[in-house]
Design a protein around this ligand. Structure first.
Ligand code: MG
Length: 158
C-alpha cells in the first residue's frame, strides 16, 4: 500500500539568526524566527511524511514549548519523523517540495539541500524533488518578510 501526504510551513524572517533551509546554512544577514532552527522546508517535509502516515503533525512531536527543541537542528526532527513512520509500519518512497523565498538565491544550494534531506530521510537523492521560486514581489513572502515551503511525500508499507 502506498499513501500520500502534504505539508506546508512558513516562518518570518528576522535579523540576527542563521538561515537554515533543507539542512543547509546560508550566511545572508537574516534567518527565520522560530523555536527550533526554523527550517521551514524541513518542517513542511516532516508534516508531509507524518500526514501520509496519519500521524499527528510536527507540533505534536516537537512542541515549541519544549526547551529540548530550542534552536534544534531540524534534520534531527526529520530523522525522528522517519523513525516514527517506521514504528507505524511505513517508509518514505519519495518527497517533492517547493521553497518560496524572495531571497537569498536558492538554486546554487539545491544540491546540498537534497543531499542533507536524503541523508536524513534515508532516501536516494533522486527521490528528493526540490524547487525554489519567488513570489514575484507579491505579499509578505514577496516582500522578504517570510519564507514558506510546500511538500508532498509518498510512503509505503514495510
Ligand atoms: Mg515550522
Amino acid at each position: 500500500m502506498i499513501r500520500v501526504g502534504h505539508g506546508y510551513d512558513i516562518h518570518r524572517t528576522v535579523p540576527g539568526r542563521p538561515l537554515v533551509l533543507g539542512g543547509v546554512r546560508f550566511d545572508c544577514g537574516f534567518g527565520l524566527d522560530g523555536h527550533s532552527d526554523a527550517d521551514c522546508l524541513t518542517h513542511a517535509i516532516c508534516d508531509a511524511l507524518l500526514g501520509a502516515a496519519g500521524l499527528p503533525d510536527i507540533g505534536h512531536f516537537f512542541p515549541n514549548t519544549d526547551p529540548a527543541w530550542k534552536d534544534a537542528d531540524s534534520q534531527l526532527l526529520l530523522r525522528r519523523v522517519v523513525a516514527e513512520l517506521k514504528q507505524a509500519g511505513f517508509a518514505p518512497v519519495n518527497v517533492d517540495a517547493t521553497l518560496v523565498a524572495e531571497r537569498p538565491k536558492i538554486a546554487p544550494h539545491l544540491a546540498a539541500m537534497k543531499s542533507a534531506l536524503a541523508a536524513s530521510t534515508g532516501l536516494p537523492t533522486d527521490a528528493i524533488g526540490l524547487k525554489a521560486t519567488t513570489n514575484e514581489g507579491c505579499d509578505a513572502i514577496g516582500q522578504g518578510k517570510a519564507i514558506a515551503a510546500h511538500a508532498v511525500a509518498l510512503i509505503e508499507n514495510i
